[in-house]
Design a protein around this ligand. Structure first.
Ligand SMILES: Cc1ncc(COP(=O)(O)O)c(C=O)c1O
Length: 362
């Protein structure tokens, strides 16, 4: 296989070559059906197997307890920002948030449309360069839930440990770090993630939710936006994003073959060490954006001495086959996204390129 870029895109992002090759092999004729996944009914037994298979592999790999449901929905993680308060924020209750940055902020704005919100911790005063200290977390007594963003994709910060919330339901947006490290799912009432970073292509959103939270959604909510609709119908209430679900299944199989989620974490640590070490040993030429103990293993954000130099870095990196290193337009700087599927070789090549760039410009 030739001409695969060093892909550091933030999402949609790199997929494993093996997954793409298997999809290619099965593309025209899936399992002898004489048609592709995209051409078959979502009510067919073949697709039901694909749907159930992806769910059960996710359960196995992520250690999802049996009293949790796994849903495959549409509308992206952004739709969850609204579905969560619509379904779970009762009258007279407050939705509590940790404001860690760009994505937490979007979730807060959406919840405000439906009820009271409270920001119980924030790192806004430090431009969201760290996860706030949560050791003395005070939650409003009428909290329906506490929402956190486990990994801020844009700022490049990640929770090292999750907060204790007592009786209050913890909800995690894990769009940019799901399945990158083991998680005690039972600490959460709900975890959700758009698939397009760590789990597959865009088009499907994974929701893992404790069943008591979604047994009966308020009747006033439109059918498609009620969790109980999707629970009752095994995510097949309407036409699902069948090809995306299929690819998530292939991606999960790939993770399993590589030793599962704990192995992924080690792999991600090895990959990111190469780049963070290059930053830390550069004598200030590269400056990491996030505080050391809040650094993300998924989105590595850093800056150079001037915007000019950053532009030059991006330009030269593109000439050498690197993709996606420009920081998000809202914060600038540089960002390398190193999700599960990004190979070690890409990170080695980036560390080498960074060393070489410093030699020529330092
Ligand atoms: C942490 C986080 N939450 C939510 C989203 C929004 O996801 P979607 O584009 O699937 O709506 C993203 C997308 O980048 C994200 O990184």
């Amino acid at each position: 296989m030739t001409n695969r870029a060093y892909n550091f895109n933030a999402g949609p992002a790199a997929l494993p070559l093996e997954v793409l090759q298997q999809a290619q092999q099965e593309f025209i004729d899936y399992a002898g059906a004489g048609m592709s996944i995209m051409e078959m009914s979502h009510r067919s037994s073949i697709f039901e197997q694909v749907n159930d298979g992806a769910q059960s592999l996710l359960r196995e790999l992520f250690g999802i307890p049996s009293n949790y449901k796994v849903l495959f929905l549409q509308g992206g993680a952004s739709t969850q920002f609204a579905m969560i308060p619509m379904n779970l924020l009762g009258a007279g209750q407050t939705a509590a948030f940790v404001n860690t940055g760009s994505w937490a902020d979007k979730a807060i704005k959406e919840a405000k449309l439906f009820g009271e919100t409270a920001i119980v911790a924030s790192s806004e005063s430090d431009k969201f360069n760290r996860i706030p200290d949560l050791s003395n977390l005070q939650l409003p007594t009428n909290s329906a839930y506490l929402h956190i963003t486990s990994n801020e994709t844009i700022e490049g910060t990640q929770f090292a440990a999750y907060p204790e919330t007592g009786n209050v339901t913890l909800i995690g947006d894990m769009s940019s770090d799901i399945l990158s490290r083991p998680v005690d799912v039972s600490k959460f009432g709900m975890i959700y993630a758009g698939a397009q970073k760590n789990l597959g292509p865009s088009g499907v959103t994974i929701v893992i939710v404790r069943e008591d939270l979604v047994s009966e959604s308020p009747k006033s909510i439109p059918t498609m936006l009620r969790y109980d609709t999707h629970v009752k119908n095994n995510s097949l209430y309407n036409t699902p994003p069948s090809f995306s679900v299929y690819l998530v299944g292939l991606m999960l199989k790939w993770v399993k073959e590589r030793g599962g989620v704990a192995a992924m974490e080690q792999f991600n640590r090895d990959k990111t060490k190469l780049i963070y070490d290059t930053i830390d040993n550069s004598g200030g030429f590269y400056r990491g954006f996030a505080d050391a103990n809040s650094r993300s293993l998924m989105n590595l954000t850093f800056r150079l001495g001037s915007e000019e130099l950053e532009k030059q870095f991006v330009k030269e990196s593109e000439q050498q086959g690197f993709v996606g290193l420009k920081g998000h337009r809202s914060v600038g700087g540089l960002r390398a996204s190193t999700y599960n599927a990004v190979p070690l070789e890409s990170c080695k090549a980036l560390a080498d390129f960074m060393g070489d760039f410093q030699k020529r410009n330092g």
